[in-house]
Design a protein around this ligand. Structure first.
Ligand SMILES: [Zn+2]
Ligand SMILES: [Zn+2]
Length: 907
C-alpha cells in the first residue's frame, strides 16, 4: 500500500515547489483508492512482451538511415559491456540514459545511430574455462546470447544489424590489420624493458592497468617489475596532441580532462649525466651518452632507452631535473633502491645491500598502503660519489626510499636549497644546503628552501651568475648537450602502451619470427604478415593453464609456420593483444559493421564521427578514453578518417550503490535487473534508475522507489485509458475557447514540455524532468472531477493526454507504445515529433505588487503568480524606480507580504 513517505519519494527527490504544495494539499485517501483501481489495469507483464515481440519482428525499427537521409545526424553510444553473462544495475542505468537520449533525438527528427556490441576478449573467459571446462569462445558466446536477451527484454533501442563482437575473426582481423599498419609506420615496436607483471593474471599489464601499484583486476595483488621483450604501441608520439586536444573537448567532464592531463604528465626539463665515482676519464662516457643522444632523436622514448642504457652500464647516472638552473646547488645524487647503479654497489657491499633492501621494503609497504606521497623519507649513503658535470664537484650518492625506479630516470640530483623535499631530506641527514638562486630585485634573500623561479636569478653558479632561472634552464641544457653530458628534454608520465599479453583469449599478434633469416633479416628476426595472410585465427583446441607463458606457445600447429618473405621456417608470435585494443576503435566499426574488405568505409565514418554523445563510467577516464583518442589520431594519419577526436561529448554516469556500497557479490547487495523486471516491469525499472538521482551522481537503489514508479505509471495508465476514446475522437485540434481548467492544465503541460526539452539539451537531470511529469499528473488527477463534470474542453484534455504519452516515451517505451496505440496515435510513437512548447500558454499569470520605501509607494512591479518571497524581493530591488530611491542608502529590512506588498526600510 502507498504510504505518505512512499508518495513523497515517488514524487521526487527534487520535487518542484508547486508539486510539493499540490501533493501536500492532496487528499491521501484519494490516492489510496486509486491505487487499488489502477493496479488491476496496468500490467507490464502483459504489455511489455507484446511490444517486445513486435519490435523484435521489425529489425529496421531502430536502424539508422543512410547519410543521404537529409536529416541531421546524431550518434549516441553507451560503452560496450564485457559479456559476463548477466546485466547488472550499473548497465541498466547506463543504457537507460543512452536509450532515453536516442529516443528523444529520433523524436526531434534526427537520423540516430544507436548501436551495441561486446567487448568479448579477456581473462575471465579463460578463468571460466579452467573452472567449468568450457572453451572460452563457447562461454563468451553463451553469455552474449543471455545478455542480449536481457537487453531486448529491457526494450533498448539498439540497431542489432550493426552489432560488433570483438572476439570474432570478422572483427579482430582488423586489429591485426591495424597492428601491421602501425608496425610499418614505426608505431608498433618490440623492445626489452621493465614491465608490470601481475602474478595472478600471469601476464604483463600496461601502466594504465596498474592502480596504486596493484593490478586493475586484482585489487590486492601487487604488480611486479620484470624484464621482458614486449610489443609496444607508440602512444607517446601523440603525447602533446593528446594533451593539447583536451582543451578543445569542452563537451567532456572537467574531471576526466584533468585525469588525462595528469596521466600524460608533461614536464619540461633536462637530462644530465653524473659520472660515477669521480673518475674524470669517465665523466662523459661514450657508451651511455651516445645512446642518450640517439635517444634524443626520438624524444618520446628517451627515458626508456636511458633506463635500458643503465642496465648495461654503471659508470653514469642520468638524472632528470626540471630545475637544471639549480645544479650548482646539488649536494647529493639520490637513487631509487631498484636503480641499476644502486644494485651494482649492493653486489659489492653486503651491508649496503641489506640497507637498500630495507628501503625497498619500506617503499613497497608505502605503495601497498596506498600512501606513497606521505612516506617517511629514509636514505642510505652508499659511500660512493658522482661528479657534477657543470662544476666537476664530487657529491655523495645516496639511495632513497622515496625515489621510484619507474618514475623519471629513477635518479635525481638533490638541491636542498631550492626544493622542499630535498630540503627535508638534507636536514634529516645533515647534508649541505647551498644557496644558488636569489630574487632578481636584490631584495632581502628569503629563507631556504627558496623554490620560486619567476623573477629570480642564479648566484654562486660561476659563469651562469645573473641569468634568470628560465634563461639558465635553456642555456644550461644546451650547454650540456653541446658537451655531451645531457640535453633538454620533455618527459611524460605517459609511456608507450605495452600491448603484449601472455594469454590465450585475445587477438593474435600478426607477426612471425623467421628462423634462418633472409636478406636484410638476421635469424630470428621479426616479419609482419601481409594482409593476404590475415586473419591469424585463434586455434580452437588449446589447453588453458595459467603457467608457463602464453597457451598459444604450446599449440604446434599455431606456432610453426612459414616466413612470408623467404618461405623458410618461422615461429609465430604467441602473445595476444591487450583487450583495450579491441575497444579502441569499435565505435568506428558500428558505422560499417559488415565490411569484409576494410575496417570501415571512410565516407560512413566521416558522416557519423565524431560521436555526438558517448556515455559510460568514469572508471574509463584513463585507459579506454586515452587509448581510443590515440587510435583515432592514428587512423586520421592513415588517411582513414577526418576527425581528431572520437567523441564530441562525453557523459560519465554515477554508480549504482546499495546500502551505501557498490553492488558486489561479495557484499551480498546485488539487485538483479531480472528480478526487478519480473516484479515491476522493464519500464518502471529503467525509469526508476533515471529518477532516483541525477545521472552523474551515485544512485542508492531502493526497491520501494521502483514500486513507486510502477504506481505512478499505473496512475497515468488509468487516466490515459479513461480519456482514450475522448482523445481519439478529438484528434489533434487545439481547444478554441479555453475554460479556466483548460488554461491551468495547459499551462502546466507546456511548462513541463519546456523543462524537459531544456533538460534533454544539456544537463540531463532526468530526475527533475520525471518529477515535473509527476507534478503534471497530480494536477490532472486533482482536476479529474471537474473534467468529468464537463468543465474542461475535450480538445484540451486530448492535447494533454497525447503529450503526456509522448513525454514518457523516452523513459518508458513499452508503456508509451501501448498507450499511443490506445489513444489512436498515428505511426510509431518514437518517430512522432517531440511536443512543441507553446510559450504563450506556458507563461505564468502575472500579478501586480506595490513596492513601498519607508512606507511610501514608489512603484508597482509585475511578478509571476505564486512567486516565492525571495523572487519577489529580488524583483523589487531590481526595479529602476526603487533603485533610484534607495541609491546611496542602506537597506535595513525588506518586508514581503507574498501576493500583496513589498516594503523596504532604508536609512
Ligand atoms: Zn591481475
Ligand atoms: Zn624469412
Amino acid at each position: 500500500m502507498v504510504t505518505a513517505s512512499a508518495v513523497e519519494r515517488e514524487a521526487g527527490l527534487c520535487l518542484l515547489p508547486a508539486a510539493r504544495n499540490s501533493l501536500q494539499s492532496k487528499n491521501m485517501s484519494e490516492i489510496e483508492t486509486n491505487a487499488t483501481e489502477r493496479q488491476a489495469r496496468y500490467n507490464p507483464a502483459e504489455i511489455e512482451p507484446k511490444w517486445q515481440a513486435r519490435w523484435d519482428a521489425d529489425p529496421a525499427l531502430y536502424a539508422a538511415e543512410g547519410h543521404d537521409s537529409g536529416k541531421p545526424k546524431f550518434y549516441c553510444l553507451e560503452m560496450l559491456p564485457y559479456p559476463s553473462g548477466q546485466l547488472h544495475m550499473g548497465h541498466v542505468r547506463n543504457y537507460a540514459i543512452g536509450d532515453a537520449l536516442a529516443r528523444y533525438m529520433w523524436m526531434r527528427g534526427y537520423n540516430v545511430l544507436h548501436p551495441m556490441g561486446w567487448d568479448a576478449f579477456g581473462l575471465p573467459a579463460e578463468n571460466a574455462a579452467l573452472k567449468n571446462n568450457t572453451p572460452p569462445r563457447e562461454w563468451t558466446l553463451q553469455n552474449i546470447a543471455a545478455m542480449k536477451k536481457q537487453m531486448r527484454r529491457m526494450g533498448l533501442s539498439y540497431d542489432w544489424s550493426t552489432e560488433v563482437t570483438t572476439c570474432l575473426p570478422d572483427y579482430y582481423r582488423w586489429n591485426q590489420w591495424f597492428f601491421v599498419k602501425m608496425f610499418e609506420k614505426g608505431l608498433a615496436y618490440r623492445k626489452k624493458s621493465k614491465v608490470n607483471w601481475c602474478p595472478d593474471c600471469q601476464t604483463v599489464l600496461a601502466n594504465e592497468q596498474v592502480i596504486n601499484g596493484r593490478c586493475w583486476r586484482h585489487e590486492d595483488t601487487l604488480v611486479e617489475l620484470r624484464d621482458l621483450t614486449q610489443w609496444f604501441l607508440r602512444i607517446t608520439k601523440y603525447a602533446d596532441e593528446l594533451l593539447d586536444g583536451l582543451d578543445k573537448l569542452e563537451g567532456w567532464p572537467e574531471k576526466v580532462r584533468t585525469m588525462q592531463r595528469n596521466w600524460i604528465g608533461r614536464s619540461e626539463g633536462a637530462l644530465v649525466d653524473f659520472a660515477v665515482d669521480g673518475d674524470p676519464g669517465k665523466k662523459a662516457t661514450a657508451g651511455p651518452s651516445t645512446s642518450l643522444r640517439s635517444a634524443q632523436d626520438d624524444t618520446y622514448n628517451a627515458r626508456d632507452d636511458i633506463r635500458n642504457a643503465q642496465d648495461d652500464t654503471c659508470d653514469v647516472i642520468t638524472v632528470f631535473t626540471t630545475r637544471v638552473d639549480t645544479i650548482f646547488g646539488a649536494t647529493s645524487v639520490q637513487l631509487a633502491p631498484e636503480h641499476a647503479v644502486a644494485k651494482a654497489f649492493a653486489t659489492e657491499d653486503a651491508a649496503l645491500a641489506e640497507k637498500i633492501e630495507a628501503l625497498l621494503a619500506e617503499q613497497k609497504k608505502a605503495r601497498e598502503a596506498d600512501d606513497f606521497g606521505a612516506i617517511e623519507k629514509h636514505g642510505v649513503n652508499t659511500g660512493r660519489f658522482a661528479v657534477n658535470p657543470f662544476n666537476g664537484e664530487r657529491v655523495p650518492i645516496w639511495v632513497g626510499n622515496y625515489i621510484l625506479a619507474d618514475y623519471g630516470t629513477g635518479a635525481i640530483m638533490s638541491v636542498p636549497g631550492h626544493d622542499e623535499r630535498d630540503f627535508e631530506f638534507a636536514l634529516k641527514y645533515g647534508l649541505e644546503v647551498r644557496r644558488v638562486i636569489a630574487p632578481e630585485s636584490g631584495a632581502e634573500v628569503p629563507e631556504l628552501p627558496f623554490t620560486a623561479e619567476g623573477d629570480a636569478v642564479l648566484i654562486n653558479s660561476r659563469e651562469w651568475d645573473g641569468l634568470s632561472c628560465v634563461e639558465a634552464q635553456q642555456k644550461m641544457a644546451a650547454f650540456a648537450e653541446k658537451n655531451g653530458f645531457g640535453s633538454a628534454t620533455v618527459t611524460y608520465r605517459l609511456k608507450d602502451w605495452g600491448v603484449s599479453r601472455q594469454r590465450y583469449w585475445g587477438t593474435p599478434i600478426p607477426m612471425v619470427y623467421c628462423e634462418n633469416g633472409h636478406a636484410g633479416l638476421e635469424p630470428g628476426g621479426v616479419v609482419a604478415l601481409p594482409e593476404s595472410a590475415l586473419p591469424v585465427l585463434l586455434p580452437a583446441q588449446v589447453e588453458i593453464t595459467q603457467e608457463g607463458g602464453s597457451p598459444l606457445g604450446r599449440v604446434a600447429e599455431f606456432l610453426n609456420t612459414m616466413c612470408p618473405v623467404c618461405g623458410g621456417p618461422a615461429r609465430r608470435e604467441t602473445d595476444t593483444m591487450d583487450t583495450f585494443v579491441d575497444s579502441s576503435w569499435y565505435f568506428y566499426r558500428y558505422t560499417d559493421a559488415k565490411n569484409e574488405t576494410a575496417p570501415f568505409e571512410s565516407d560512413k565514418a566521416n558522416y557519423w564521427f565524431p560521436m555526438d554523445q558517448y556515455i559510460g563510467g568514469v572508471e574509463h577516464a584513463i585507459l579506454h578514453l586515452i587509448y581510443s583518442r590515440f587510435w583515432t589520431k592514428v587512423m586520421r594519419d592513415l588517411g582513414m578518417i577526418k576527425s581528431d577526436e572520437p567523441a564530441e561529448r562525453l557523459f560519465t554516469q554515477g554508480m549504482v550503490i546499495k546500502d551505501g556500497a557498490k553492488m558486489s557479490k561479495s557484499k551480498g547487495n546485488v539487485v538483479s535487473p531480472d528480478d526487478m523486471i519480473a516484479r515491476y516491469g522493464a519500464d518502471a525499472t529503467r525509469m526508476y534508475s533515471l529518477f532516483a538521482a541525477p545521472p552523474d551522481r551515485d544512485l542508492e537503489w531502493q526497491e520501494e522507489g521502483v514500486a513507486g514508479i510502477s504506481r505512478f505509471l499505473g496512475r497515468v495508465y488509468r487516466l490515459t485509458t479513461k480519456y482514450a476514446e475522448l482523445t481519439r475522437e478529438s484528434g489533434v485540434a487545439r481547444a478554441a475557447n479555453r475554460t479556466e481548467i483548460d488554461q491551468a492544465l495547459l499551462r502546466r503541460l507546456h511548462q513541463t514540455i519546456a523543462k524537459m526539452t531544456l533538460d534533454f539539451s544539456g544537463r540531463w537531470h532526468f530526475n527533475t524532468s520525471i518529477a515535473a511529469i509527476m507534478s503534471l499528473v497530480n494536477e490532472i488527477v486533482a482536476a479529474e472531477v471537474a473534467i468529468d463534470e464537463g468543465k474542461a474542453s475535450p480538445a484540451a484534455v486530448a492535447e494533454i493526454v497525447r503529450n503526456l504519452v509522448l513525454m514518457l516515451a523516452p523513459f518508458a517505451p513499452f508503456f508509451a507504445a501501448e498507450l499511443w496505440e490506445q489513444i489512436g496515435g498515428e505511426g510509431i510513437v518514437f518517430r512522432t515529433a517531440w511536443p512543441v512548447v507553446d510559450e504563450e500558454l506556458a507563461r505564468e499569470d502575472e500579478i501586480e505588487i506595490p513596492v513601498q520605501v519607508n512606507g511610501k509607494l514608489v512603484n508597482v512591479i509585475k511578478v509571476a503568480a505564486g512567486s516565492e518571497e525571495e523572487a519577489i524581493k529580488v524583483a523589487a530591488l531590481a526595479d529602476e524606480k526603487v533603485m533610484a530611491r534607495i541609491v546611496g542608502k542602506t537597506v535595513v529590512k525588506v518586508i514581503v507580504v507574498p501576493g500583496k506588498l513589498v516594503n523596504l526600510v532604508v536609512k
